[in-house]
Design a protein. Sequence first.
Length: 251
Amino acid sequence: MGLRLNIENATPEELARGIAAAEAVFARAGITALQGAEGLFALEGWDIKGFPEDDKPTEDEDRAATIWLEADEAAAAACCAGWPAEKVPHHQVMELINVPRTKLQSEAIPDTWPERKQLYPAVVKRLEITTGPDRQIDFDIAFVLGWVPERPTLDRVEPLSEDGDRIPFFTSDLAQVEEMARKALKDWTIEIDRDPCDAHVFDATASDDGDELRMAAWRDFDGSLHMEKPPANPAIALTLAMMRGQSMHFE
């Protein structure tokens, strides 16, 4: 088990300097890197689920996540000391390696993670090309996000979420999707276009290079297109933008 930095063009000496800085942060805080990573995973899992009030990370997990992020920032600063400002990464660069999968990549049922990770890009692709509401896509989104313990199918009784609610109508009910988006991303800007259908979700306070804080369904912020045709309806557009924003969790 150890730390690894993903910083392009960094020398082995610079990477070692960054890792040492991160390890110093963990040592001062009195936690291990594994505890920090588990705290961050708990926080990101809460994010994926839409910040439910009854499933918040514990105080220890929240603190551990904060320490991990501090260590990540310290690692990047130490590794890239003396670099031109535009070359210094402003996204997470640190990862824990050689860790049993069940430690970090499980939520309700550990052995669903590989299937959910594999299914994620296919669900995004289907959102891009579907011609209208599709309940199976709704089911698959809920499964990918860990809201149901197994992948539902149309030929079986529809399962309920952990809260006892029906699976959201991601591909047909714009009001429902928008309510979830605004609850999960308070103070973010959500723009929905209807002709053609498109959606943009972004943190207006972030810098222009904060790509992880800007999600688009069809036409990206630089004018390029994610796919040839726009989404089939506004609900699909907003769902697609939100799902693109989850990509970092499934890499």
